[in-house]
Design a protein around this ligand. Structure first.
Ligand code: ADP
Ligand code: MG
Length: 181
């Protein structure tokens, strides 16, 4: 079982809804458990035209090897109508592997940690939101790169927040006690 972080982005069609549906789609895979999802962010396109993007990051655990996870990401992108007419084209869904455990992979069609992770606020900010102490293998703490992307426009989108129920041994909060009774 490997813990991985996936970056989701969309700026074509009903992008917000697509991101929600894509997270559900990931959760429905028997090879994947979605452990946590970041807030939804609205971000400026980088090196590209088109509408603003919506982005989020999910933390998953998976039984899949990284290569199979990439194939699954591509299958889900296709399901949501992804086309690649040119580099950095607007997209209905982009699903990238940001981190895969502490693996470092350098293959022609799979590079992990994602090569642009440290340069992109839309990936870095939600990653650090999910895990303040996230470590990027061979690069160090993810939050150390935030200063370098501070000029990229990114804003948190207000969404309905579900109540968070801490695990029993988490000992953090009266809300969970109330819900328990
Ligand atoms: P973008 O780089 O904007 O995400 P694409 O989604 O079209 O563009 O991806 C281009 C290629 O990047 C894919 O065909 C895939 O093989 C490759 N790639 C390499 N490393 C990764 C990774 N960590 N996650 C997702 N795709 C990756
Ligand atoms: Mg991609």
């Amino acid at each position: 079982m490997t813990v991985a972080y996936l970056g989701l982005g969309a700026n074509l069609g009903d992008a917000r809804q697509t991101l929600k549906d894509a997270v559900v789609c990931l959760a429905q895979q028997h090879t994947i458990a979605v452990l946590a999802k970041s807030s939804l962010y609205r971000t400026a396109p980088i090196d590209a035209g088109g509408d603003d993007y919506f982005n989020c990051v999910v933390k998953v655990s998976t039984t899949l090897p990284a290569r199979h996870l990439l194939r699954l990401c591509h299958t889900i992108e296709q399901h949501f109508g992804r086309e690649r007419p040119f580099r950095n084209a607007p997209r209905t869904l982009d699903l990238d592997i940001l981190l895969f455990g502490n693996s470092c992979i350098e293959e022609a069609d799979l590079v992990v940690p994602h090569p642009r992770l440290t340069e992109r606020a839309f990936a870095l900010v939600p990653l650090v939101e999910l895990d303040h102490e996230a470590i990027i293998p061979q690069r160090g703490r993810a939050d150390a790169f935030l200063a370098g992307v501070h000029d990229q426009r990114i804003e948190k989108v207000a969404t309905h927040q579900c109540p968070f129920v801490a695990p029993r041994d988490g000992r953090c909060g009266t809300d969970s006690d109330k819900l328990d009774t």
